[in-house]
Design a protein around this ligand. Sequence first.
Ligand code: SDX
Length: 428
Amino acid sequence: MSEKATLTIEGKSYDFDVITGSENEKCIDFQQLRDTTGHITMDPGFGNTGSCYSSITYVDGAKGILRYRGYPIEELAEKASFVETAYLVLYGELPKAAQLKTFSARLKEHAPLHTNLEHHFSGFPTSAPPMAILSAMLNLVACFHPEVLEVPTTGEEFDRTVALLLSKVRTIAAFAYRMAAGKPINHPNPNLTYCGNFLHMMFSNPYQEYEVSPIIDKALNLFLVLHADHEQNCSTSTVRVVGSSRANLFSSVAAGVCALWGPLHGGANAAVIAMLEDIKKSGRPPAYYIDRAKDKDDPFKLMGFGHRVYKNFDPRSIILKKQVHDVLEALHLDDHLLDIALQLEEAILKDDYFISRNLYPNVDFYSGILLRAIGIPLNMYTVMFAIGRMPGWIANWKELHDHKLRISRPRQIYTGHTTRSFIPMSDR
Ligand code: SDX
């Protein structure tokens, strides 16, 4: 006998099934709520609403737990490459040696762009935001690979399309940066790793190939591993909503790029750096900015703090904070913004406004400082987040199709005018 939840409305009681997940999370199955009670739920921002059952990622916001397919993020960050993690998120298991070899070979095979696709980059103004280019070019890939418009979610064709998308998102990102910077593009080098090839395409120049340092390669892998998936965040939910109309995978992830761009979501990593630069330039103490963040009449928010789900430390921010220290030390670099970030974090963690609202550093608070240490330019920070999140977007799009797919179509409560007759111009 399944657990029930009883709702009493206007003296009548209605029972609904309570569903329990594999980590004992509970939900009430309200799929018949409107038909049986004539009522809908209202939950702007969907903070209390489940959109799906998923076996990809588990997040426990109270305990600061994040696992991809059951593996703790701390272990994956330390022991897995981004390609291994992408395979795990996509296929549900860590790859065996032969599977990893095949997957890596596919990624190498699909790194180049169709020549005509390359020409489209020259059409963008140098001031074009790389996130706009990324979203546009992801849709454009489907023009040159029409076979990806109708992709099954299993088998050889799916595997090929996944590798094509995962590989080309990296090439498109690097090309977008090079074109925006007015630099010649670097074609992919099949002898390099996934991350090494990206760094080569970003930073090599005609007379000297970029030399990939193991420290930088490891730091970039770790950054991408930490961003690979995060259950039903804004951009992943967007990919699911677009995919629910049976739009193709490329259009769905292109929409995900657009959702990620916002400063409340993936755009926060760049916004954190801008905020830290402002604090440095102003010479004002962190307390000045903390007071502004608490002032309800001031739109200023402390970027990189707070989270819809984590009401404890975001485990990724803890890993990134340590990685930043390690990389800066290994490269004998010093970053004045790190000192400001540490002072800000220390002050905030003592401040009752933030403590009472469970506001802790999230993934974006230290990630920008790590990208600075790697040498990634500021306008590419959210693009890096998109590259990392691509496996999660694809896996969620696949899972959506593997379950009974229903088009996403929320309801509303209408609060506008009740019925009224048309007014002729002479009477207006
Ligand atoms: C990501 O969902 C995911 O999983 C996302 C992500 C992923 O991997 O996909 O983890 C990546 O997007 C991380 C979040 C990056 N964004 C930022 O760092 C932007 C700054 N943070 C806030 O905008 C905010 O915390 C959000 C958007 C992250 C969460 O917003 P919520 O859940 O809607 O929370 P809220 O705005 O209702 O805040 C609750 C209270 C409010 O105060 P009161 O009305 O209770 O008085 O906390 C306050 C807010 O004003 N608050 C902040 C704050 N964040 C929340 N006050 C100051 N500074 C902040 N950063």
